[in-house]
Ligand binder design. Structure first.
Ligand SMILES: [Zn+2]
Length: 251
């Protein structure tokens, strides 16, 4: 095969893989769709923590002036801290909210500049975009991010390598509440998340409806006291990824 044909074939394969991954994302958490041999490696990226009786609480897609302030107040009421995976384009429009996240004791992390997966590999573009997002989080929030979570949980080679070069650890999740759907309620989000609320879990929620059904953050908000009560009853603490004991792995 010629080099050009090989490159074209690789691009097509990558695009197909990305499309399949996006499709599957809505069926199962990321680590589940991998063959067994890759699951051990995937467990690290999934965010299985080793801190005893700890669940990592994570929010994606903000900061959003509509949803984030309510989530922050709810977390204060519950005495819980979390990790927020921020989008550069959202943070640029709400930098004060980014600073407030840190001032109120939360951890800030990188979700990308735009919320998109790339249709073809482009390492230079991937590094440029991720560096821009990482510098925005560090500069505007005043705290250096440690974690990267790709949009839709689709971790392809370009962004994975870019994250590594920027000193970020890629982390996905082990449980979610499907809080992005139009039909989500506090009860449904809690019921969906509940089987995964075990020690070492990383829970994915959203403090913004940027890529979800309009107003879906209200379901997330309603679910938080239910999730917190469940964790309390089972002796589990909710906290940010920095306290989760994610085993050191490949950056
Ligand atoms: Zn997202």
């Amino acid at each position: 095969m010629s080099a050009a044909a090989h490159r074209a074939g690789t691009a097509v394969a990558a695009a197909l893989a990305a499309a399949t991954a996006v499709e599957f994302l809505h069926l199962a958490p990321a680590a589940v769709r991998l063959p067994p041999l890759r699951r051990t490696l995937a467990r690290r990226t999934a965010g299985h923590g080793t801190a005893p009786a700890h669940i990592a609480l994570t929010f994606d897609d903000g900061p959003d002036p509509r949803g984030t302030p309510y989530v922050l107040d709810a977390l204060d009421d519950l005495g819980a801290r979390a990790t927020f995976f921020l989008l550069g384009e959202m943070l640029e429009r709400a930098p004060a909210l980014g600073r407030e996240l840190v001032a109120r004791g939360h951890e800030v992390a990188v979700h990308g500049w735009y919320h998109r997966t790339q249709p073809y590999p482009a390492p230079v573009r991937d590094l440029r975009e991720l560096r821009r997002a990482t510098e925005a989080v560090a500069g505007l929030c005043g705290a250096r991010p440690q974690w990267y979570r790709p949009p839709y949980g689709v971790l392809t080679a370009g962004p994975a390598l870019a994250a590594r070069r920027l000193g970020l650890r890629s982390v996905l999740w082990t449980a979610w509440g499907r809080d992005w759907t139009a039909r989500a309620t506090g009860e449904s989000v809690y019921a969906t998340a509940r089987p995964g609320l075990t020690a070492g879990a990383t829970l994915l929620l959203h403090d913004s409806d940027r890529t979800s059904a309009p107003g879906s953050w209200r379901a997330t908000l309603a679910a938080l006291p239910l999730i917190a009560a469940h964790c309390r009853a089972h002796g589990l603490a909710l906290g940010p990824l920095r306290d989760h004991g994610v085993p050191p792995g490949r950056r």
